[in-house]
Structure formats: structure tokens, C-alpha cells
Design a protein around this ligand. Structure first.
Ligand code: ADP
Length: 466
């Protein structure tokens, strides 16, 4: 597990996204603030320059101008310096406010002033301190009579912007850090049920499938996950139990004929026997061996057909198949004193494995004859409807309790009535027939009542018309 956990990934994504958003907002707000601050600065330079022009300087005495400006502008004047120049750009004898003579007049600004145009520029002042300078010509009667220059240091505005930038640089990482912390806590809480389920699931082994993961009781995705896992565990448990029982039953079924074989051989070996006696022992041993072979074949057939729909998917015409099964049944019935007949015979084609289907039908008809007393009837029928071929095998035999109707399809299940008759079957016939039906996408069911006969119904999906 070298990859990052979901919790870490969620937190990283979330914090990364937040960082990008906050950085974008910070950059936008900073540039907006910068523009506003500089616009304000320029506007105030303009105001001061206009005020100087309106005082009537330089024709008025300097003191009067100063007083007037103070009255008009108030504190706006404090961080400004200004001077007056004649149209050629020479400083006016009128003088200037302190540091006013430090204001530079660029060639471009002078040229523009001569044309009656104002100029706003940022220039290095004394000590390389950047200055914002506004140069405005005073025009009277269409002639430039004077030039007024107002400047101010940009430093204070820059200081405000720097402070804002520093605040952003501290607050954004702090906010992202706090959000990441909160996000991690929330993600951990949200994913805690998953951790718990993982722990429980890790403790569940094949030996201990009865355990279930705990339901968080939240009614959300986690609860659904827990329910799904538990459903899967229940199915696994059932499948494991079934497999275990199947193995035990199979071993049990194998033991009986093997024990009989051993018993017979042991008795034969205990003393000298005549050839006739040996022959009898060998003959009965052969019977047991044949029973074992049948059982092994049935087990193989069952495991093959329940391994999945691995049947050869060829079209199978059911009518001749049924007639063939009927022939075998009729011969068996003759021996047992049971009359075997055919009922309705539709023609139908399904896709599947003809040999397997024949096996399933033979099992049904053999059972019907086996469990029907002499004088009874067995009927074989084939109809179609709803996209299904419906094959029925009915008998007038001993029937069975509806409570056992599902049980008899399990492997090795034989009802007491069948045991009493000692038919020699191992209880695999119906299990094989049903697993063949299922492998063909069909079903095998039974309707029956004790003493009233049984009716086995095999439904198979019809092959789609070519
Ligand atoms: P078996 O080898 O015992 O016939 P099956 O799997 O074919 O095994 O059948 C399982 C059990 O179902 C039988 O032992 C019998 O009790 C019951 N059964 C099957 N077919 C019939 C039937 N036609 N009438 C009554 N009982 C039946």
C-alpha cells in the first residue's frame, strides 16, 4: 500500500484547490488595490495643481498663496511639494515649497507643457526615492504663461501595498493550513466506517464465515457497502457450507460400497475356497465396483454441469430427443409394469448440449418409473409458450410432501419413502438434472402431493428464431 490513502488525497486536493482559489483572489485584490491607491494619488496631485492655478500664483505673494492652499486643501497638502516654472521651464522666482526644487522636469513633460498638455510620470527623486510628478501648464488667453509641478513620494502608497501583500502572504497559508487540518479531520471521520469494515473483513476467514461487518447505522453509502458485504458473506457462507456438506456426503456414499467390497474380499481370503465361491465373491465385488463407477460418473457430471454454462451451445431439436427418451422409458416401464405415454408434442429448438439434456430427461423418467407402483402411468409432454420450451414428466406414483419439494434437488437427498424401496440411487439424479437446467438458463421444479403422483416441469429458453 504505497499509494496515498483516500484521506490524504482528499485533503491534498481540497487544500490545493483552496490555495489556488485564495491565491487568485489575493492577486486580484492586490492589483485592484494597487490601481486604486495610484489613482487616488494621481487625483490628489491633480487637485493640488488646480488649486495652485486657482490661487492666482505666481502673481500673488507667496504667503497668501500658501494660506489659501492650506484653507482649500487642508491635510491633502502636507505630503506634496510643488514649484512654479516659467514657460521655458526655469524655476519661478516665486519660489517653492521645501524640496519643491528637487522636482525634475523631464524633456517630454516640458514639450507637452509647451503644447498645453499635462503630464503624469513617475521619476526617481533625490536618494533614488520614486516620485510621482504632475506637470500642468497654466494657460491664459490661449497662451502658456506658467508651468506648475506637483510631486509626492510614492513610498507611503507602496508601504500600504507592501503591508497588504505581507498580510496576504501570512493569512493565505495559515487559512489553507487550518482548512487542511479541518479537512483531514472530517475525511477521517467520514472514512472511519471503511477502516472498521476493513478490520472486520480481515478477521473473516473461510473457517469463520459466520462473522458479519458492523453496520454503521447511518443509512448512507457506508451502510449500503456494509449491507452489500454482508450479503456477499452470507452467500459465501452458504456456498461453503454446501460444499463442505457435499464433500462429506460424497465420502459417505463412497464408503458404503467400499466397505462392502472389503468385507466380501476379507471373508473370501479367510479360508481356502472353491472356484465357485471365488466366482460369487468376484461377481458381487464387480457389482459394488459398478456402483462406485456410477457414483463417480454422477459426481463428475454434477460438478461439470454446476461449474457454469459451459455447455456446447448448439441448436437442439427437442422432439426427437424426447422420443428417444420415451423409447428408453417405455422399455423400463415395461419391466416395471408401468405404462409410459407421450402427451402433447410440440416442436421446439433450444440452444445447448443434447447429451446433457438427454441425461436430465432420463433421470426424470427413470425416477417417475422408479417411484410409481405397477399399474401406474407416466406421461411425457412438450409444449411451448412465453419463449420457453416446457417439458413435463408426470407420474401417478407415490408423490412427495410439498415441504420436500425443494430439498429433493439437493445432492444426496433421498426421502424416506425412496430409502424404504431401496432403489439403489445415491440421490444425485435430480441434482444433476437441475444443474443441467440451470446451465441452460432454465428451471426444474416439481408439483406433487403424497399418494397423488408428481409432475416435474423442465423449462428451457427457446433458441432465438434464425
Ligand atoms: P435417487 O437416486 O434417490 O432417485 P434423485 O436425486 O433422482 O435420487 O431423487 C431424489 C429423491 O427425490 C428421491 O430419493 C425420491 O425420494 C424423490 N423423488 C424423485 N423423483 C420422484 C418421483 N417421481 N416421485 C416421488 N418421489 C421422487
Amino acid at each position: 500500500m504505497s499509494a496515498l490513502s483516500i484521506r490524504t488525497r482528499l485533503t491534498l486536493w481540497y487544500s490545493g484547490l483552496l490555495l489556488v482559489i485564495l491565491a487568485a483572489i489575493g492577486a486580484l485584490s492586490y492589483s485592484w488595490l494597487r490601481r486604486t491607491v495610484h489613482q487616488d494619488l494621481d487625483a490628489s496631485l491633480l487637485t493640488v495643481a488646480r488649486a495652485i492655478r486657482d490661487t492666482g500664483a505666481p502673481d500673488r505673494p507667496e504667503r497668501e498663496v500658501e494660506a489659501l492652499l492650506r484653507e482649500m486643501l487642508g491635510p491633502e497638502l502636507y505630503d506634496k511639494f510643488f514649484r512654479l516654472l516659467d514657460p521655458e521651464g526655469r524655476p519661478h522666482p516665486f519660489g517653492s515649497r521645501p524640496r519643491g526644487d528637487a522636482l525634475p522636469l523631464s524633456a517630454a513633460a516640458r514639450a507637452r507643457a509647451a503644447r498645453g498638455e499635462s503630464t503624469l510620470e513617475t521619476v526617481p527623486g533625490p536618494g533614488a526615492e520614486p516620485l510621482r510628478v504632475f506637470t500642468m501648464p497654466i494657460v491664459r488667453n490661449g497662451r502658456v504663461v506658467d508651468i506648475v509641478q506637483v510631486g509626492t513620494s510614492v513610498r507611503r502608497a507602496e508601504a500600504v501595498l507592501d503591508r497588504y501583500l505581507h498580510t496576504l502572504l501570512v493569512l493565505i497559508p495559515l487559512g489553507v493550513g487550518l482548512a487542511a487540518l479541518g479537512g483531514a479531520v472530517i475525511a477521517r471521520a467520514a472514512l472511519r466506517p471503511v477502516d472498521e469494515m476493513t478490520r472486520t473483513a480481515r478477521r473473516i476467514t473461510a473457517e469463520d464465515l459466520s462473522r458479519r461487518v458492523e453496520r454503521p447505522g447511518t443509512g448512507d453509502e457506508m451502510e449500503r457497502l456494509a449491507l452489500t458485504l454482508n450479503g456477499m458473506l452470507a452467500r459465501l457462507e452458504a456456498a461453503f457450507t454446501q460444499t463442505r456438506r457435499f464433500a462429506a456426503d460424497a465420502a459417505h456414499e463412497l464408503r458404503t460400497p467400499l466397505a462392502a467390497l472389503r468385507g466380501g474380499i476379507e471373508v473370501a481370503l479367510r479360508a481356502e475356497r472353491t472356484p465357485e465361491e471365488y466366482r460369487r465373491v468376484l461377481a458381487s465385488s464387480l457389482e459394488e465396483v459398478e456402483r462406485l463407477i456410477r457414483l463417480a460418473e454422477d459426481l463428475l457430471l454434477l460438478s461439470r454441469s454446476s461449474a457454469g454454462p459451459d455447455v456446447t451451445r448448439a441448436p437442439v431439436d427437442l422432439e426427437p430427443l424426447l422420443l428417444d427418451v420415451f423409447d428408453v422409458g417405455a422399455r423400463l416401464g415395461q419391466g416395471a409394469g408401468v405404462s409410459v405415454r407421450t402427451d402433447a408434442m410440440a416442436s421446439a429448438t433450444v440452444r445447448g448440449d443434447a447429451t446433457a439434456l438427454r441425461r436430465a430427461l432420463l433421470n426424470l423418467i427413470e425416477n417417475a418409473i422408479k417411484y410409481t407402483p405397477p399399474g401406474g402411468k407416466v406421461e411425457l409432454g412438450l409444449t411451448t409458450g412465453d419463449g420457453l420450451a416446457v417439458i413435463t414428466v408426470s407420474d401417478t406414483g407415490i408423490g412427495l410432501d410439498p415441504a420436500d419439494a425443494d430439498r429433493i434437488f439437493e445432492p444426496f437427498v433421498r426421502l424416506d419413502a425412496a430409502r424404504a424401496r431401496d432403489t439403489g440411487g445415491a440421490g444425485l439424479g435430480l441434482a444433476i438434472a437441475r444443474s443441467i437446467a440451470v446451465a441452460h438458463g432454465g428451471t426444474l421444479t416439481v408439483e406433487s402431493r403424497p399418494g397423488a403422483g408428481s409432475r416435474f416441469v423442465l423449462r428451457l429458453p427457446l433458441a432465438p428464431a434464425a
